[in-house]
Design a protein. Sequence first.
Length: 433
Amino acid sequence: MSRKWLVAGGGISGLAAAQCLQANNRDYLLLERCPALGGLTRTTQVEDFCFDYTGHFLHLRRYPSPAEIPYGHLSNDDWETVERKSYFLAGGRLITAPVQYHLGELPDGLRDECEKSYNARPKAEADVTGFREFIVSGFGQVVADRFLIPQNEKTMATPLNRLSIGAVKRFFPPPDEARIRAGLANTGERFAEYNTTFWYPKRDGIDVLTRGLAHGLKSASATEEITAIDLQRRIATTSSGRNVAWEKMFPSIPLKALCLLTDDADLRNAAARLSHSSTISFNFGVRGKLPSALKDAHWVYVPDRDIPFYRFGCYSNISPAMASPGLSAVYVEVGVPGEEIDNVDIISKTQKDVIAALETLGWVKSEDIICAVTHVIRCAYVHHTPERDRLVGEILARLKEFGVHPIGRYGLWDYVGMEDSISSALTTVEGEL
Ligand SMILES: Cc1cc2nc3c(=O)[nH]c(=O)nc-3n(C[C@H](O)[C@H](O)[C@H](O)COP(=O)(O)OP(=O)(O)OC[C@H]3O[C@@H](n4cnc5c(N)ncnc54)[C@H](O)[C@@H]3O)c2cc1C
């Protein structure tokens, strides 16, 4: 039996890995469970609307522009740079995000409470390790309790005291005193901002990135799921009933699910201790334009616990081509503990609550919704618990013994964006050539 270079999963990480193998003349095969390639970086087109798998915006640090993404086959003419307009729902109004740097926009009473508690914030231990402790010592108890703790608990669908500071990463604007004080004083002073701009396709949604990365691939099989992995014999069995022997395997399948496909008791036990959230993304095609408060909003963070979603976004405010003229394409994201996503009626129940909340907020009227598309992201945010680093290290080391080298955000059980997923997949594959 000839052995392949096996790429498991056809999201952007798997596509980049396969391109690299093809360019290096390796006998590779990419297997993807779904009918379409792209994983989470996909767009659904329904009549007058385009909906991504929730908002996916390309922030670039390593590659100067989309055209320079290796193997991307992208032209910058198809993309534009967009200046981020994101908000935080706080004190009954929309505050510029990140809220911790714009507290002066709050109603006066609430702003003063935030300042008082910031001045009285507990001193951080030299080696803060907990995410919750990092937030309270960095921003004060009121900002933590009213905004940052509920926002992150809704998103991650877990109590923050379970999570370590590893969950914070570069995505969390840090407790920078000069910025917090300038925000409290509402001086309007401008600081170098994190992620102020991003790239987005002029039309057709984020699928443009997937189409580019998939371009010219000669050995990709969709609708073919890996159902079992025999590590000792290095053979993957698929839903089509074929056995594929691997020389090296590069899986972007979530690490927990990957371990559970194997027959290795140690891996299965370690995987059982990894946890994650799921996200349900409800997309709505809406008649007319959004109310004036939202007229330029790309997305809004929503910390209130009695509102089911943690974020609301508007694709057509980012790219007008996401909806036909006179219509709006919007999405909301609801966080659910990973183990609850298979509950039978969770989608229909939650959708009702979501629409009721949009009505109450005055953002969308139910009679204006002319189309609804739901995307379920089974593994959305992995939980950086204190034991995550050790477990992942042990799992990766064990898999390596069998020529298995996980890639991408979920293969590596991490919290990273699209660019990092692509570039780390390429680094891994290049290291094994
Ligand atoms: C709510 C949310 C919002 C995000 N927003 C952004 C953003 O704005 N900007 C940004 O840069 N990043 C964002 N990301 C991160 C981004 O989605 C990921 O970095 C990226 O999609 C990872 O790509 P991937 O190919 O590694 O994984 P995936 O896209 O998950 O691809 C994995 C593939 O493996 C396939 N698969 C699974 N099991 C099997 C099996 N047994 N056999 C065969 N195939 C299988 C799946 O079907 C899937 O196609 C966001 C993520 C989430 C959850």
